[in-house]
Write a protein that binds this ligand. Sequence first.
Ligand code: IMP
Ligand code: MG
Length: 488
Amino acid sequence: MLKLGENPNPFEKEDTVQSHIATYYQALQEMAAGIASSDRLRDVLSAMVKDTASAMKSSGCSVLLFDPASGQLTHTVSHGLSDWYLRKGFVDADKSLGDTVEGKVVTVLDAATDPRVEYREMAQRQGIASMISVPLRQRDNIVGALRVYTREQRHFSADEIAFLSAVAGLMSLAIENAELRELETMPRTERDDMLSRPDRSRALQDLIKTNSFAHPSEEEFARLLDFYNIRWLYEPRSFTLEWDRDKVKEMFTPDFYLPELDLYVELTTMKQELMREKRRKLRRLQELYPEVNVKLLNKKDYHRLLAKYGYTPLGQPETISVDRILLSTSQIQGRVRQLGKAISRDYAGRSPLLIGILKGVVCFMSDLMRHISLPVSVDFMAISYYGAEEGSVRIMKDLDTSITGLDVIMVEDIVDTGMTLNYVLKHLAQRNPASLEVCTLLDKRVRRLVDLRLKYVGFEVPDEFLVGYGLDHQGKFRNLPFIGVITP
Ligand code: IMP
Ligand code: MG
């Protein structure tokens, strides 16, 4: 390892090294000033990548964001790289200089042959000889990578590594600064909601979404996807259909990519001559990239497509309607699968009895039990509320069998004040089960009146009226495949 100020190239004169260092100091100084003066994260980072590329005398520089859910890196703001290179495809964090997301600096001398480079041929066409990748951190997490590309083969010096690490540190600060500013402007409830969710902040999402839609229909489609909580990326990838040596002769960039459905979507107008051209390109794309799932959609089609994937139209004709989706179908399914796994692990070797209270629990129970790999039994109770006093509960249908000596798991859709569950648990405890635990999909903790031990919780939810996935409002909305918020 070289020490700071040490010269990696014995033929380079000492004063040249000194002048590099002066350049780095000046660049860092300007970047730090930029963070304080500019409002938009995208603008701040754009200026920083430009300054970094020029201070390093390199051909390109890019900030990539890491998505732990998909394990992929996405180019966000960059300088000096062609559009087709940036949109060449998803960059798998573990295939592309994988050690960066482990927190290490990675250098590549020859990108054309180094197996740690995922798209070697593309790198060669882009004229990249060497590259260096430095992790971007936020507190304990790696959120992305800062990369610099050079046209000539270069052994990166200790000074260059130190400079890039400092730039990465400033970038992390700029990101954190943008997030804090965003939190400041949010209403309190929204803020708590955001802090309680593991999603990326809006500031980071904005970096990925270019948000300059080419057509109003694209914006409408994006809004529809947002409403359904479906993650999307706008034009993240260009598929090269024909090369002319190192130049792209023809390419196709679908409008959207929906990671959860692994689907590319190209929106169309009804203009026939455009349709024909798009169809031709699409056919070519399918020949060249048979593993890619892509669909050509017009407006009517995309409503139908969303319905097919379970995002049904909100077809409840009442005046009350769903304001926004809190948890999408895929979020719910993912979490239910995890809960099923946890129960299977914790109760290994035993045969628990799952008890649900009708009717709200039907969706959750039927999905959860199919993710438990143990010989479980299932039983249901029905209760009704009576009297003016909150929490006056009467059992309308009791269990079919005895629970004495059994491992019982109470399965609940939502625990709100906790009165219902408290009553039922007391009632069940009297019958001497071997054990008695609770698995609830939703926990509206802010409204809790009775303290209860909830062993398994799917999601903590805010104090709003929720419907869907079994939850009702006056008997309706139970059949929605997602969980939404209504204002009764
Ligand atoms: P608790 O006794 O206050 O905990 O209320 C639990 C029961 O109230 C649940 O089993 C639901 O049936 C109902 N509930 C509580 N919050 C909601 C909601 O947001 N939407 C629909 N039903 C709810
Ligand atoms: Mg219930």
